[in-house]
Design a protein around this ligand. Structure first.
Ligand code: THU
Length: 133
């Protein structure tokens, strides 16, 4: 998988962030098994709770276009620390695969990777409901 391509797509998406309240722009890009890339940015609302993160924007775009086989999700912010997905986004990523690779990028373009199962240990997910039914 071409990580540098995914990172540059996430950086491009960050430029489109609508973050007038936090001034914390985030960009995301995901890749599917067929190599297709979907991007997203955070979109904030004056009623703060309705805000959507960059990662979820990208995932919603992919799913609504019929692309479900997500292999990797990359997120980037203008911070020294690696941009790690929030709890809601971790759950969202996990929904579409327990072994999805998460690529977290900092403002120097450096990155670290972890699987979503590492970022969300002992997750509640689709498997729990399937076992129950
Ligand atoms: N945010 C993201 O888009 N992704 C993350 O991984 C962390 C947080 C957004 C939500 C909000 O618009 C802003 O960053 C500050 O929390």
């Amino acid at each position: 998988m071409d990580k540098s391509r995914l990172i540059s797509k996430a950086l491009e998406a960050k430029k489109l962030a609508y973050a007038p309240y936090s001034n914390f722009p985030v960009g995301a890009a995901l890749m599917t098994s067929s190599g297709k890339i979907f991007t997203g940015c955070n979109v904030e609302l004056a009623s703060y709770g309705g805000t959507i993160c960059a990662e979820r924007t990208a995932i919603v775009k992919a799913i609504s276009e019929g692309a479900r086989d997500i292999k990797a999700v990359c997120c980037v912010a203008d911070t020294e620390d690696f941009c790690t997905p929030c709890g809601i986004c971790r759950q969202f990523i996990y929904e579409f695969g327990s072994d999805i690779e998460v690529i977290m990028v900092n403002n120097k373009g450096e990155f670290r990777s972890a699987s979503i199962s590492e970022l969300l240990p002992h997750a509640f997910g689709p498997q729990n409901l399937i076992k129950h039914s």
